[in-house]
Design a protein around this ligand. Sequence first.
Ligand SMILES: [Zn+2]
Length: 62
Amino acid sequence: MRPNRFHDVIRIGPVQVGTHRDGRGRSKHTAVCTAPRCDFSADYNTRAAAELAASTHRCTVR
Ligand SMILES: [Zn+2]
């Protein structure tokens, strides 16, 4: 549940934010909700956007 191509992984609530390199050497930032049955995940171009999405995410399932 934590691919080693990600680094700087943090957790904000149920959401994990990690940074990885895309195929062209640029950093991408991914926010993924780890709650069961919540399939929220998204890629962002900036770390700030990913962290903002993580902090504002509200699970629809509990
Ligand atoms: Zn969620």
